[in-house]
Design a protein around this ligand. Structure first.
Ligand SMILES: NC(=O)c1cc2c(N)ncc(C(N)=O)c2s1
Length: 321
């Protein structure tokens, strides 16, 4: 093999290895290499790419932080609308949701998957042949803002996934972990800037920066939880989808559970009443979904919201005295 071919092979090894190390460090929170070794590999990759810019690919870890854009964000229409969700605020309304679902399904057996509702901002990630192509805010559910360069800086979002689907839309929530939020606000107070009111506003403000260098410093993260218009893969249920998203190396919130009746759903929801503030990220409720995608399709959606899911909203947290 020629020296150039050797060098190109080394670049490809470094790119794969560093992406895997980032996944273990940021998504699994299980670093497998010292920072020094990581930095040496990263610098070697940067040096080879400087010598051969023609070898740079969008999924290279050096491509996470792009350049500032001018003139605001382009608009992008989602292939499949990002629906909002009906809200309920008490147990009785959860039981009424369950009754409606069972009536519409003619009394057949069903399962619910219950997930934490992350208090961030919903984004749509588009992958083509496994390559991260575009990140779009939810916007009005039909059209959002193209914030690709900023989404690219989020370390828990893989730049490449192991799928040859020509088009895949992964949906989830960009959020700011509480420690990052508190550190950011402390810095803003030192700089005599207005602190962010809550982690959701901080995440939204950070994702809508025109300069990705600033977004990259805000320590945003992403929980994947849904799939949009997708070509070529057939997933039977929400539980299977969450397992697939995890296999694609997305961060999937681990606090989801599956139940066959609404009383167990209610018990699980209330098990969070006094321990939400131990999570390290902001939540504003729980999402209850019919697990089977076939049953979801039969239940369908109204214009704005699914008939197969409901969001239980936690009561506002008591102001800390
Ligand atoms: N509006 C929506 O459809 C959703 C919003 C959210 C949210 N903020 N966090 C988690 C989930 C989830 N796990 O499904 C959903 S679904």
């Amino acid at each position: 093999m020629s020296q150039t071919e050797d060098l190109h092979k080394r670049l490809q090894e470094l790119r794969e290895t560093i992406n895997t190390l980032s996944y273990q460090y940021y998504t699994l929170d299980k670093p497998t290499m010292s920072d020094y070794e990581y930095d040496m590999m990263y610098r070697e990759l940067e040096n080879i790419e400087k010598e051969h810019p023609e070898w740079i690919t969008p999924d290279s870890p050096t491509q996470r932080v792009g350049s500032k854009i001018s003139g605001g964000f382009a608009k992008y229409t989602h292939d499949r609308p990002m629906l909002s969700m009906g809200d309920v605020f008490n147990d009785q309304e959860l039981r009424e949701f369950d009754q409606r679902v069972r009536d519409d399904l003619g009394g057949e057996d069903l399962e619910y998957v219950v997930e934490l509702k992350i208090d961030g901002l919903a984004v749509n990630l588009i992958y083509e042949q496994g390559q991260f192509i575009r990140g779009v805010t939810r916007g009005d559910g039909v059209t959002g803002e193209d914030v690709t360069n900023n989404v690219r800086t989020i370390r828990t979002i893989p730049l490449r996934i192991d799928s040859d689907s020509p088009h895949m839309e992964i949906r989830g929530e960009v959020y700011m972990p509480i420690p990052a939020f508190e550190q950011l606000n402390s810095q803003r107070r030192d700089d005599e800037l207005e602190p962010f009111a809550n982690p959701r506003n901080a995440a939204a403000g950070s994702l809508r920066q025109l300069d990705p260098q600033i977004t990259a410093q805000r320590k945003l993260a992403f929980f994947a939880y849904a799939i949009g218009g997708t070509v070529g893969i057939d997933i039977p249920s929400q539980e299977a989808l969450l397992q697939d998203l995890k296999a694609f190396h997305f961060q999937v919130n681990p606090e989801y559970r599956k139940f066959t009746n609404i009383e167990d759903v209610i018990t699980f929801i209330h098990s969070w009443d006094d321990r939400r503030d131990t999570l390290g990220y902001a939540t504003d409720g729980m999402v209850v979904k019919v697990n089977s995608f076939a049953q979801q399709a039969r239940l369908g959606n109204t214009v704005k919201i699914p008939r197969w899911a409901i969001a239980y909203k936690f009561p506002p947290e008591q102001a800390k005295t």
